[in-house]
Design a protein around this ligand. Structure first.
Ligand code: ADE
Length: 222
C-alpha cells in the first residue's frame, strides 16, 4: 500500500512512524509513506497557503489552489482521497478494515481555522477521528495510518486483530494478564492457569461481555 500525506508539517510525522510496528512495516515494504508539503505547490511568490475568510470572521482559511495542485499531481485512478476534518464521518474500526484494502491513500491534513469549502470536492471521503477539534489533521492522519497499517497482511499476526475490540461483534476485547501471578494483592483469575482451553474461551467471552456492559453499554445496543 502507498500512503501520501498532504500536510504543511511533514516533520510532525517523524518519530511516530519511526518506531515500533509502523517502522517495521515500512522497512518490510508493507507500506510506503510519502509526505507532500502543499506550501511547495503555491503559485504565490511568498508561498502563501491561507487567507482571511470572505464575509469576515476570525482566523485564516486554507486556499484551494495549493492543495488542488498538490493532490492532482499525485492522484491516479487507484487513489482514494481522504480529507480529515471534525465534520467528517466518525472513524470506526470497520473503516480501517475497508481502507486497508485500498492500493493508494492520499490523506489531506487541514490546519488553522479551516479550509476553503471547495477543497471538499477533491475528496472521496471526509473523516473525523472524534467529536473534538484539534489544531490540524496531522494527529488524525497518524491515527488513520496506524490503525490501517497494522491490518495490512504480514504486519502483525492476523489473530491479534481478529480479537480486537470493535470488530463486527461490537464487544470489547477480553482482559489479559501476564506474570506475575500475584501483583499487589491482585491475582490472575485461576481459570487462566488451568490449561483447559474450552473453559478459558468461555471465560474470555463472558469477561468480554461483562467489560462491554460496564464500560461501553452503548455498543451492546447495536
Ligand atoms: N482536524 C481537526 N480536528 C479533527 C478531528 N477531530 N478529526 C479529523 N480531523 C480533524
Amino acid at each position: 500500500m502507498k500512503i501520501d500525506i498532504v500536510t504543511l508539517f511533514p516533520n510532525m510525522f517523524a518519530g511516530v512512524f519511526e518506531e515500533s510496528i509502523l517502522k517495521r512495516a515500512i522497512e518490510l515494504k508493507k507500506v510506503e509513506i510519502n509526505y507532500y508539503n502543499f506550501r511547495d505547490y503555491t503559485n504565490d511568490l511568498h508561498n502563501k497557503v491561507d487567507d482571511t475568510p470572505y464575509g469576515g470572521g476570525v482566523g485564516m482559511v486554507l486556499m484551494p489552489q495549493p492543495i488542488f495542485d498538490c493532490v492532482e499531481s499525485i492522484r491516479t485512478k487507484d487513489s482514494k482521497v481522504i480529507l480529515l476534518t471534525p465534520s467528517g464521518k466518525p472513524y470506526k474500526q470497520k473503516m480501517a478494515y475497508d481502507l486497508s484494502l485500498e492500493k493508494h491513500l492520499i490523506i489531506i491534513c487541514g490546519h488553522y481555522e479551516g479550509f476553503d469549502e471547495r477543497i471538499r470536492s477533491l475528496a472521496d471521503m471526509e473523516i473525523s477521528i472524534g467529536d473534538y477539534v484539534l489544531t490540524g489533521g496531522e494527529i488524525p492522519a497518524m491515527v488513520l495510518v496506524d490503525s490501517i497499517v497494522r491490518l495490512l497482511p504480514g504486519v502483525i499476526k492476523e489473530r491479534s486483530h481478529r480479537e480486537d475490540s470493535f470488530n463486527d461483534n461490537y464487544l470489547l476485547d477480553y482482559p489479559k494478564y501476564t506474570k506475575p501471578r500475584k501483583f499487589r494483592n491482585m491475582e490472575v483469575p485461576e481459570i487462566l492457569l488451568s490449561g483447559d482451553h474450552k473453559k478459558i474461551d468461555e471465560f474470555r467471552k463472558k469477561e468480554s461481555l461483562r467489560k462491554t456492559k460496564e464500560l461501553r453499554p452503548d455498543l451492546l445496543k447495536k
